[in-house]
Design a protein around this ligand. Structure first.
Ligand code: MG
Length: 284
């Protein structure tokens, strides 16, 4: 109680002094500051700690309340649901080669929706969100085929293209040797995952991706590069790495200044049937 009384007196003194400062001359302000300093100096070390702690407790604005999902894989209340097993055409569009061999948007998504998941069909194109994003937290679950065909990069290959240009690799990396910076959880051709935490083919796996978009100056001559953190099946595989530039294949990514605004999320069609489900995103 004694401590609280002291704190109250101090806070009152500070308030009165600051109020007076607005009306007083410089000498008056100096006198008020001196009085505050004397009061502060008269406190014991513990009282000083209590006082400093008190003034550092920030109460407003209150932290926004978000209702968490039923499990940590379920979307919280502020998430945008990108796919939950229903019509994919609401949030996604599909690109593909038209009869004239030009890349075009298809009238509707041709990927197959089944058992709450969506899977690329033979001859389909990549899916791209209709919305565009900057900084985000993305949850996505994916599954490569249980029947193994192909090897290396030809086995369960897909990918998540952040802002349409930076690829996080999806691959069946369970007992499937390939270059380290091209396996599941890699920032393709830039960063290998910290560990290989792949589940067996045919089992559902998850990525949780935290992405910070690049910042550009008006003249595009300088930017803060994009950064990404990735959890694969709940395990950290990319720790806030600095993306070096748009993914290119074949070729070596260049750290190119290439100003762009918000961009979509794309699910890569790489010729292998890969399924996705429970896709949600939070804009940050
Ligand atoms: Mg890929």
């Amino acid at each position: 109680m004694k401590h609280l009384s002291l704190l109250f007196i101090l806070l009152l003194s500070f308030s009165v002094s600051f109020a007076q400062n607005t009306q007083r001359s410089i000498p008056g302000q100096q006198a008020a500051l001196k009085r505050m300093q004397n009061l502060y100096d008269s406190l014991s070390p513990m009282q000083k700690n209590m006082f400093l702690t008190e003034i550092k407790h920030i109460m407003v604005p209150e932290v926004t309340i978000v209702q968490p999902g039923r499990t940590d894989d379920d979307p919280p209340s502020d998430a945008i649901i990108l796919f939950n097993g229903t019509d994919p055409n609401k949030e996604w569009q599909e690109s593909g080669f038209g009869p004239d061999r030009k890349m075009t948007l298809k009238p509707a998504v041709t990927w197959i929706v089944k058992d709450g998941a969506i899977e690329s069909s033979k001859g389909s194109g990549s899916l791209t969100t209709k919305r565009s994003f900057e900084d985000f937290q993305l949850h996505i679950e994916w599954k490569t085929p249980s029947v193994i065909t192909g090897e290396g990069q030809g086995r369960g290959n897909s990918g998540i293209l952040i802002q349409g240009i930076y690829e996080v690799q999806i691959l069946d990396s369970y007992n499937n040797r390939t270059y380290r910076n091209g396996q599941a959880g890699a920032v393709y051709m830039q960063y290998a995952p910290l560990v290989n935490v792949s589940r067996k083919p045919g089992e559902w796996q998850s990525f949780d991706i935290i992405y910070t978009a690049p910042r550009f100056r008006n003249d595009s001559t300088f930017f803060t590069p994009p950064r990404v953190t990735i959890f694969h099946n709940g395990v950290l595989v990319q720790n806030n790495v600095e993306i070096q530039g748009p993914t290119v294949s074949p070729g070596i990514p260049q750290y190119v200044i290439n100003a762009h605004g918000p961009g979509p999320i794309s699910l890569q069609q790489h010729g292998n049937p890969v399924a996705f489900k429970n896709i949600w995103i939070r804009e940050l």
